[in-house]
Every structure is written in C-alpha cells, then in structure tokens.
Ligand binder design. Structure first.
Ligand code: ZN
Length: 739
C-alpha cells in the first residue's frame, strides 16, 4: 500500500536514494545497438582533487539536460566522465601544502615528489565525482577515466611519437614565458596581461667614434644583455648612425647599430636597445640580424654571471643598481611615467620573464589548417555568441606550441639523453645527505656515481643541440630521461579520442566523432582549439559536431564571483539548502550560449518554489484522481483544447532541445506549467471543464519534459504515481511525442 502523499518534497532525504536507484538499474550506461543513434558528450574533466564551483554546476546542468533528453528519446546516450591531473594547478596546491610543513619541492627528488602528489590526489579523487553525483549528473561512471590512467598515458605517448616521426615535434631554444616563482615555462595562452603604471627610462649609449644615441626602455636591468641598438630604416634622424658601433655602458661591450622595420619610430626616441634573451620581438630581430643572445636573468629570477657585478641580484634590485650606476656615469637622461600592458603568470600574477630555454615544440600550422577546414565545412559548428570568429583568428595566427613544462606532476616526456654523449647537460640531484648538487654532467660525474645522480635526480636542462632518443623504455647505457612533463593541455587536448579508445570496446567506432562539446567560453582557445588540433591529427575527423559554450555565472548584481567580494555561490551548500533541482533550474533558466548569466539566492529560492509547485500540483491531481470515478469522468468539454495546448508545448520544448537551447526550453516548461497547467487547467478540472484523466495524462507529459531539468523531484513523483503504468523509471521513460 502506498504511504500517504507527503506534504513536501524532501530533497535532502530523497536525492541520494534516487541516485542509487538510477545507478543500480544502470540507467546511465548507454544501450549501444547498431540501429540506435549515438549521442555522446565527453565531460570536461574537472581537476581531480578540487571541490566543484558554480561553473562546474553549470556545465553539469546543461550537459545532463542534453543527455537525459536524448536518453528518453531512445538514442544511445553516453556522457563520459573523467578527471584531469591538472599539472600546474595541482602541483601548485600540493606545494602550498608542503610549505605549511616547512618544506618545498626542492627537498625531494623527482620520483619521490611525483609519488607524493599521486597519493595526495588519490586521497582526494572522490571529491569531484561525489559532488557531480549530488548534482544529479547522469554520466556513465562505469566508464570513468583519469588523465594519468596507464592506458590513457600510453595513447598520449603514441601521439607524441607520431608527431615526432612526422617531423612535427622539434627542440628549439626559444624565449619562453617563464614564471620564476612557479618555476615553469608557460604557453602564450596562459599569460595574462595587466595594465601597469611603470617608468620609461631614457639611457644614453656612447658611440665609439663620438657622440651618443639615446634609447628608451622600461627595463634598464636587461641592458646588460643588449647585443644591438636598432632604428627604423625610414627614420631620417638616425640615417647616418646605422652601421656604427655603440659602447654598451657599464660592460663596455661593442654592439652594432642596426636598421629594422620592427622599430616603432614613435616610441621613445625612435632608437631601441635589442635584448634578444629577454624580449620576444628582440629575439626575432636577433634572428634576422644574427645577433648574439646573452642571458642576464636566470630561471631563478636573479641576474646571471653575464650581468657582471650585478650577478645574483633579483631583477628589481638590479634595476635600481643599474640606474644608480648609469646616473653616476652621467648616462641617465630622464625618467617618464609610462602605462603599458605587462604579461603576468595566470596562476600567481608574477611578471612573466621571457627567457631562453630549450623546449619541445609542436609545429601547429598544418594542424591548424585542418581545424580551419573543419570549421569551413561545418564539420564542427560553434554555438557561443559569435565566438567562432575568435577561434578562427587564433587558428590563423597560431604559433608553435611549447609542450614542455618544468613540473613533475604530469606525463613525463618520453625522451632520453645519452649522458656520455651530452656532457653539457646540467643536472640537479639530491646526494646521499639530501643536499642539492648541480652542474654540467661532465663535471658532476667525476665525483658522483651515475646511479646516485639517477636516484636523486630533480631536474636536467639539456641544451638545444643535445642528442636524444624517443622511447618509453630506458635505453641500454648511461641514459637519463627528460625531467620535463607535457603541458596538461597536451593530454586533455586528446581527450575525446583517447577516452573513447579506452572506455569500452567499440566505443570509439560507435561514438566518435562525439555530438556536443559543452564547456565554458573562457577555455575555447586553451582547450577546445587544442582538441581540434590533436584529435583531427590523430583520427582524421573533428572530435565534435557542436561546440556549446556557456557563459560565466555571475552574482545577482552581475559581478564576477570572487572570494574577496564574498559572493561565491557554493553549489553544494545550495544543494543542501534548496535541493539539486532548484540549483539546476536556476542555472539553466534563460541561459543562452556564449552569454554570462546571473544567479543569486533569490533566483534559487524562486526555483525551489517551482519544485514545490510541481509537487503540489501532482499531489492535487493524485488526490482528485483517487476520489474520481475515472471511467465516468473521462471526458469534458475542454479536453480537446487542453490536449492541443499540451502538444504545442511538447513541440516547442522538443524543438528548443533539438536546437541545443536548454535555456529557452526551461523557460517554456516553467511558464506553461505554472501559468497554464496549474493556474488554468487545474482550475478547469475543479470546474469540470477538463477531465481528471486528461489532467493526469498532462502531468505525465510534464514530468517527462521536466525530468532532464529537475531529475530528482520528477523521478520521486513518477515512482509514487506512474511507475506501474508505464516504464518503471522516469529516467528511462519515452520522451513525449507531439501528436
Ligand atoms: Zn607563477
């Protein structure tokens, strides 16, 4: 016998039981059959050890709506979940934890540090998954993948080998965006720009045979690495200076005055210093004019031996010291205020130092051309308020991709150096007393055994010309493996292909290319673009038909959520107070791709009221139907128009879901359920104008349409009212047809 219909839906008490019901019945595992249409979304992998924020809740809500809708339509719907090792972010968090214990990464050899981070991530790896389940995510957890699963890693290494064999990987000493605090190089995409009020220093450089030339710079300390002064060939002011020699102040190094089109005649005096080791444009100039590259700032953020008496100073101190010296020499002309954009680390906001470092690069041009073709042919369509153009611009102007990262937490690059052939490689390792020993291998190996170096190895820095072999196994002989690991985006950029190749036999053939890639617009170029580059290269087909970009979730005043303002909505707190259905509906209601949306407590409370409305209407119909004699009351004058209206709602909602517009679909269901079904139709039942049989059928249809949006309350009602009449689980019930 049924228990009495409870007054309210008790979300907190029922959600986990409903989740279990679905999981026990394996509802989320797709019914893969030859005749069925595949529908596949690869979940953007959250960081394995991070709690979810409201942005995650947004993607979970939208993707779950698409998946649940297609499952009910009868498609083989696969939502493939996974988590990412998030190299830099995770190592950063772990190092902060170490710092609390008075330790740092420099206290451990590479292998030990890796194992420690592995254990830490394992300890926390259920956090994200359990939270996704709490939000009702109907992902197929039996196919769960992690970016460092051995079978995933093996495929990532395959891709690197293929790129290498195809001549698309090379080792270049390039200026990399280096964060001296994080101790790693970054790609162009990871550099953020901040406007800063700095100074512009005007420095006099004496000319060897008399006179002087004044250069303007924001970074006087880098003058120690100058290897030329440049002027624009069209600049008449300097015509007779080109070809002359300057005596670089302080160091008295002779450097040429060259002419190069890149010089902006309007900047400063029109003459600029060229410091190839510490400025990207200068580096390019140095290649055109074959100038020396002299590194005066090291990876530790301090001046190098090349900086003479300033060696060992931090950059800021060296700037002051250099200016003091220039003043003493009478060579500091003036200082002006100057506002400009400065590249900073996207993680810690330290100013990025362009530094020369030997790295592995992927040649991206051929890969990008193929991705552009996929956009041209509409093999992939981007939904995101005009953001396809941004993607195209990036693809057209793409630079080679630096895939080396100086961190241990990630997939170690499968490259080995024969140390006997490469004595110049600098190694750093912890000796038996746990003290750091570093220097060129040729010197270090005279006093230390290879086995000790290998065991305590922290890092190695191989010059660009170093000979190497690509191999998964250690080659026979005195070999050390590259200590850099791949950029995290190198593995997550292969995600749709490598997850489906490892999830279950036949998945790749059946589900690839996937249907929708749904993610936040702010990682369009960091992630979506990389997936197109690599997956097309690996498989020949673009990894997804549609890219759906959701916007940022802002607070009710339209402000970005931030800890400092204190307006951060924690999705799990909201679920605990209002239920997952209310949060999901509040996030999705009226959302459109590519645009930011606002969600505050009022909106969530309003949606909790809607959940209650659905509950109360169902309770009323259930009670009324139990009292009524359905066979007699089965027809009323308003039944036909009731049905007509209902079918038109089904048609509209279905149409919007087919068009990937969950926001509009949600709006229609909400308004029609509240203002038509409850306010009009149920009133008409009471007046006898609409039969209770029709209303009960209408409720079934609404529960089905509401299910993808608010899975918990609808399933709870289905279990109470309809499970004996149709499909026992609403999650598996057939989507209503508009006829
Ligand atoms: Zn940093």
């Amino acid at each position: 016998m049924e228990t009495e219909f409870p007054k309210n839906f008790d979300a907190a008490a029922q959600e986990s039981a409903l989740s279990r019901l679905w999981e026990e019945n394996r509802v989320f595992e797709p019914d893969v059959q030859a005749g069925k249409k595949p529908f596949c979304i690869i979940m953007p992998p959250p960081n394995a050890n991070d709690p979810l924020h409201v942005g995650h809740a947004m993607f979970i809500a939208i993707e779950d709506i698409f998946i649940r809708y297609h499952r009910m339509k009868g498609d083989a719907a696969l939502w493939l979940p996974g988590t990412d090792h998030a190299g830099i972010e995770t190592q950063f968090v772990f190092e902060k934890k170490l710092a609390k214990q008075g330790k740092s990464r420099f206290d451990f050899d590479r292998n030990t540090l890796y194992q420690m981070i592995w254990d830490y991530v394992r300890e926390n790896s259920d956090i994200a998954v359990n939270q996704m389940k709490a939000l009702g995510a109907s992902a197929d957890w039996s196919r769960f993948t992690f970016t460092l699963d051995p079978d995933i890693v093996a495929l990532v290494l395959d891709t690197f080998e293929k790129l290498y064999k195809d001549g698309l990987v090379y080792r270049g000493e390039r200026l990399v965006n280096y964060c001296t605090k994080c101790g790693t190089g970054y790609s162009e995409l990871e550099v953020e720009y901040e406007e800063r009020n700095d100074k512009l220093y005007f420095l006099k450089y004496p000319i060897k045979d008399g006179g002087e030339v004044v250069v303007a710079t924001t970074r006087p300390e880098t003058m120690l690495g100058d290897t030329a002064v440049a002027v624009n060939p069209k600049d008449g002011r300097f015509a007779d200076l080109v070809g002359k020699t300057v005596l670089l102040p302080i160091l008295n190094r002779e450097i040429p005055i060259i002419a190069d089109e890149m010089v902006d005649m309007a900047f400063g005096t029109g003459a600029v210093k060229i410091t190839p080791a510490h400025d990207k444009a200068d580096y390019e100039t140095s290649e055109r004019h074959t100038l020396a590259v002299i590194q005066v700032i090291g990876t530790d953020g301090r001046m190098t031996e090349e900086a003479g008496k300033f060696a060992g100073m931090k950059v800021a101190a060296a700037r002051d010291a250099v200016m003091e010296e220039m003043g003493r020499l009478g060579l500091a002309e003036k200082i002006e205020a100057y506002t400009h954009n400065v590249g900073v680390c996207y993680r810690c906001h330290t100013v990025i130092e362009p530094l020369p470092l030997a790295q592995f690069f992927v040649k991206t041009r051929p890969l990008a051309d193929r991705a552009l073709k996929a956009l041209d042919s509409k093999e992939t369509i981007v939904l995101g308020a005009g953001r396809e153009k941004i993607l195209r611009d990036w693809l057209m102007n793409i630079k080679d991709w630096n895939i080396s990262r100086q961190i241990v937490w990630g997939i170690r690059i499968p490259v080995w150096y024969d140390m006997k052939k490469n004595p110049d490689i600098v190694v750093g390792f912890l000796d038996a007393a746990n003290a750091l020993v570093q220097g060129p291998y040729g010197e270090i190996s005279r006093t230390h055994d290879f086995a000790d170096i290998e065991r305590g190895l922290q890092f190695l820095r191989a010059p660009k010309e170093a000979e190497f072999v690509v191999s998964r196994e250690k080659p026979k002989g005195v070999f050390l493996q590259e200590t850099d690991s791949f950029d995290t985006w190198f593995s997550s950029g292969q995600w749709p292909a490598i997850t489906l190749q490892t999830s279950a036999p036949g998945d790749f053939e059946y589900f690839y290319p996937t249907t929708v890639m749904e993610t936040a617009y702010d990682i369009l170029t960091r992630w979506v673009m990389r997936m197109m580059l690599l997956c097309i290269y690996m498989t020949g087909a673009s990894p997804f038909q549609y890219v759906y970009l959701h916007g940022l979730v802002r607070d009710e005043k339209g402000r970005k959520m931030s800890k400092s303002i204190g307006n951060v909505v924690n999705p799990l707190d909201v679920v605990a107070r209002y239920g997952a259905d209310a949060l999901r509906f509040a996030l999705v209601m009226s959302t459109t791709p590519g645009n930011d949306s606002s969600v505050g407590e009022d909106k969530i409370r309003g949606m909790r009221n809607f959940v209650t409305k659905v509950w109360n209407a169902s309770k009323f119909i259930d009670g009324y139907a139990n009292k009524a004699d359905l066979s007699n009351a089965d027809q009323a004058s308003g039944d036909a128009s009731f049905k007509e209206r209902l079918m038109s709602v089904v048609q509209d909602v279905t149409h919007h879901l087919e068009q990937l517009r969950p926001g509009q679909a949600a709006e229609i269901i909400h308004n029609e359920f509240w203002h038509w079904f409850c306010d009009e139709a149920i009133e008409n039942v009471k007046k006898g104008n609409v039969s209770i049989g029709q209303a009960r059928m209408g409720l079934q249809v609404f529960l089905k349409m509401l299910h993808p949006f608010m899975p918990f309350v609808t399933e709870a009602l289905w279990q109470r009212m309809f499970r004996h009449e149709q499909e026992p689980l609403l999650a598996r019930a057939q989507w209503p047809l508009a006829s």
